[in-house]
Design a protein. Structure first.
Length: 92
């Protein structure tokens, strides 16, 4: 050992930390590469979607929301009717 060299256990810890840091950096690179691949795939999917299909999906979703709104109105009317009946019973 030279005078400037760290003791063997400390040198081993330093080497292990360096390997772990390098592995962590490589894992980050792989993760970011996978994320970029996913973004590219999603962009390609959007580009390949037919404009008419997109409009049809939007229209279908709008119709479903409208239907849900009508159902909610019907439920509200029924509840109001029941409430009115209960109030009338209390008054009589």
């Amino acid at each position: 050992l030279e005078a400037n060299d760290p003791p063997p256990p400390l040198a081993a810890n330093v080497q292990m930390s360096a390997v772990q840091a390098k592995l962590a950096a490589e894992n980050l690179c792989v993760a970011s590469s996978n994320a970029l691949d996913l973004i590219r795939t999603l962009r390609l999917s959007v580009l390949l979607m037919d404009e008419e299909l997109i409009r049809a999906e939007e229209e279908e979703e709008a119709l479903e929301l409208c239907e849900m709104g009508l159902e909610a109105e019907d439920e509200c009317a029924l509840l109001e009717e029941k409430l009115t009946q209960l109030r009338n019973k209390e008054l009589t």
